[in-house]
Design a binder for this molecule. Sequence first.
Ligand SMILES: [Cu+2]
Length: 118
Amino acid sequence: MRRSVSIAVLTVTLVIGIGTITIGQNSLLASAQQKPETTEVKIDNFSFGPETLTIPVGTTVTWTNRDDIPHTVVSTDGVFKSKVLDTDEKFSFTFSKAGTFPYFCSIHPKMTGKVVVQ
Ligand SMILES: [Cu+2]
């Protein structure tokens, strides 16, 4: 009798334990989904795509040069500035303030884009 009680206690403890682990994993998953997102802007054929990008505050934007000539990503207001990006090179910037951030390519100033942070 004593033995079956302790087995019952053990079983309950195990079930609670597994339940807690499962809940723990779920909340881990939820926090991973709430993490600031990374958004990509492609540079190709002398243009930024998308040309206007709207993101929430805290998002990291990564520009990737998919063109076969070098480009740069330079904020019009001096907020960020990449080095010269060769083919497949990347530049990232995290937008921690709301606002509109126009930018251009300093090698080809007609190439423009903007990031709208909300
Ligand atoms: Cu360029």
